[in-house]
Design a protein around this ligand. Sequence first.
Ligand code: TNX
Length: 455
Amino acid sequence: MNLLPRPVSYVDGGRLCAYKGWETVLVDGPAGGYRLLSSDDGVLIEAHDAAGEMNALQTLRQLLGAQAFRAAGEKPAVIPACEIVDHPRFEWRGVMLDVARHFLPKREVLRYVELLSVHKLNVLHLHLTDDQGWRFECRRYPKLTEVGSWREDSRFGDRRSAGLKGRPHGGFYTQDDLREIVEYARQRHITVIPEIDIPGHSQAAIAAYPELGVHGGGVWTDWGVNERVLNTEESTADFYRNVFDELMDVFPSEIIGLGGDEAPGHDGELVRAIARHIVRGGRRPYGWDEILESGPLVEGTVVASWRGVEGGITAMRAGHDVVMCPEEHVYLDYRQSESLDEPIPVGTVTTLEDVYAWEPVPAELTGEEPGRLLGAQANIWTEHLDSARRVDYAAFPRLAAFAEVVWSPPEKDPGFVRRLAEHHLPRLDALGVEYRPLSGPHPWQRLPGVPGFPR
Ligand code: TNX
């Protein structure tokens, strides 16, 4: 039900009020929505649910000014008098963080949860396993982390021309760490969705338990599509059923990711077996759009459409719910400009403006499809992002543009970049986010001599 006109957002003649705190009451309205009224009497928040109050408080923080985003210091004391009526356009406003290619320490994941919250994003999809590393503590199979959580070396740049770094890389999250992340996110109305990738991108698992594969081999030190996928033995399906049991125990999310992407030569039966197992656990499987190619999907499966939006359209027509994340629009590992100064430039140029211009609902949809478009997510693959500083550079400010796309109505605001520069970048500065300046990288954000592979 969409009762409220939106966005009705105005500043009442620029009048300022003393900030005296706020009061919240619950009222009916669209999920995640709120009305915020500020006047000399104080701030009144009418929230539609707990998430709506959270969203209102983030807006209130924005009204207080950049200083409000500092961890300490003098509190801002005035805000504009205004009435804001607001609610999100999509229920799934997500970010996928690849913590497998480069491990992101727990403290940084928690910082990203907070950054998502600041941007009113509400899904954190954690890509926990890949050829280059296994990051999920599995108690039944300890070698997954003993062996699989670190690699001897890493390609530094694109594999077609780069050399190796000459140093090991690794790390993993204990189940206690992950429960902590889940709870920290829950307090901010963010759902953490885990992904264990099968049957491709599994070399780290095969390195730990060679009986899962065909060719053996160690944790991969290269990037790209790996031919060595999981084998089709029933014992491998049993192994993964046990792994997913532990995963579902740690992550309470309704949706559980099983990957399914880039698995050359695999017939997809393992994906179906694990999807059925996830359903038996009372959850819904979530996979990349390649899973559409291995026969009918298990009922309830959610599809992430990354190779364009076509997979998503097909899935919706077949009755499946979809999350849009097409690589040409929302791959935040892709280079941010044509400039040769971009550090390790890969993929196609995806500027801040490109991200903001994206419309997640494809024109081909009639609205009659049996499947639903749940929303969209931006994907942060980290082959070339080996630290939180590098992730900040890739993610911001483009993630702010993405947040606007999934929150606001489809009409675009020609003033977006100006508003970002005037109001939002100072907030990111106050938060200590090492974003890419609009004019290009700081000298210390460049990586001269490390080869990328621009498309
Ligand atoms: C494709 S998107 C992948 C990832 C890579 C990414 C690099 C997807 C499901 N698979 O394994 O990291 O491209 O942009």
